[in-house]
Design a protein. Structure first.
Length: 338
């Protein structure tokens, strides 16, 4: 049974990924169509813009890896020596002695085996592992082409696709279905539009802040921080750790590290209390624990693209639960005393 579900998920994955990107890019396609651009050309332009944005995010991440990996190898012996100087007096008070030469040798060996001097080689190995995770190299590229193909035709015939789905809904359920789907659509479209603006503003804010601090990878780090805010909590945490690591590698513990902490603290306050309420409004409305559960569950089922599924599916579940809750609370059975 587990093999069946694994095969089913693998088959459905390209269609799910294409549908998510089509939903995100459909407003852009409609906007281009309103500007008198033919629907086919508008769909193609939207597809290319989406592809370009995905490639930019990937290149930013690769740029960070190429810059930070050699610094980690170069600075790690200094970190270990500073740790020894700080920790050894404390351990001495408890009469604990460590052989730092053995620790240094073991750690250096592990670092050398895990982090190659050539960051390009590590990236190449990672890309190879990603491709090998598919059933074959040909299968990986075939899936990528299939996603783009489905995405283009979904953008080209979006309204017809939705009408086709509606035809399979039983007549007595259609009114409820359309009501719920409209609520989900309003919720998600409002969120996505605001989230794009939020990503742009935060990318500029963090890039400028890190640039003023003097961090060498300021622009890639700042843009990466802004772009990954669409992954709640996890995206911010990853970019925050990368920025702290970059400052620590470049300047060591000191004022620059404190400046990065202040920058991200101010950025988080700015996002939570000013930008999000004005640009995004109330988000989907899920408790943070529920958001993390959705991210973990869909990430486990569908990998990275499962993270993209988490919000649409969470919105559908939330709207559906609200609907049934309203039905229950207003039902005669629930309010009856007998």
């Amino acid at each position: 049974m587990s093999d069946f579900f694994s095969s089913l998920i693998e088959i459905l994955m390209p269609f799910l990924v294409a549908f998510i990107f089509a939903y995100m890019l459909e407003p852009l396609t409609k906007r281009l169509e309103q500007l008198k651009v033919a629907r086919g050309l508008a769909a193609l332009i939207s597809l290319l813009i989406g592809l370009f944005a995905s490639v930019v995010i990937l290149l930013l991440l690769l740029n960070l890896l190429q810059h930070e990996i050699p610094l980690i190898k170069a600075q790690f012996p200094v970190w270990l020596r500073n740790l020894q100087e700080w920790l050894e007096p404390t351990l001495a008070t408890f009469k604990v002695r460590l052989d730092w030469e053995i620790i240094r040798s073991v750690v250096q060996t592990q670092i050398s085996s895990q982090l190659t001097d050539n960051a390009n080689a590590l990236i190449t190995q990672s890309l190879g592992t990603l491709i090998k995770s598919s059933s074959s190299v040909l299968g990986f590229f075939a899936s990528t082409v299939l996603v783009l193909f489905i995405l283009f035709y979904l953008l080209l015939e979006w309204d017809s696709f939705l009408d086709m789905i509606a035809e399979f809904i039983p007549v007595r359920f259609r009114e409820t279905f359309f009501k719920l789907s409209n609520e989900v659509d309003v919720l998600l479209s409002h969120y996505l539009r605001g989230q794009v603006l939020l990503m742009i503003v935060l990318a500029c804010f963090y890039s400028l802040g890190l640039l003023l601090i003097g961090v060498e990878s300021a622009i890639p780090l700042g843009m990466f921080t802004g772009l990954v805010t669409f992954i709640p909590y996890v995206g911010f945490l990853i970019s925050f750790i990368l920025s702290l690591l970059a400052a620590l590698l470049q300047f060591g513990p000191g004022n620059a590290l404190i400046a990065v902490l202040v920058l991200y603290g101010v950025g988080q306050l700015l996002e939570s209390f000013f930008l999000t309420p004005r640009l995004v409004g109330e988000r989907i409305g899920l408790h943070p624990v529920a958001v993390l559960f959705a991210l973990m569950a869909f990430g486990q089922l569908f990998g990275f693209f499962g993270i993209l599924l988490a919000f649409p599916m969470s919105a559908i579940c939330l709207v559906t639960i609200r609907h049934f809750k309203h039905k229950l609370l207003t039902s005669q059975w629930f309010n009856s005393n007998s």
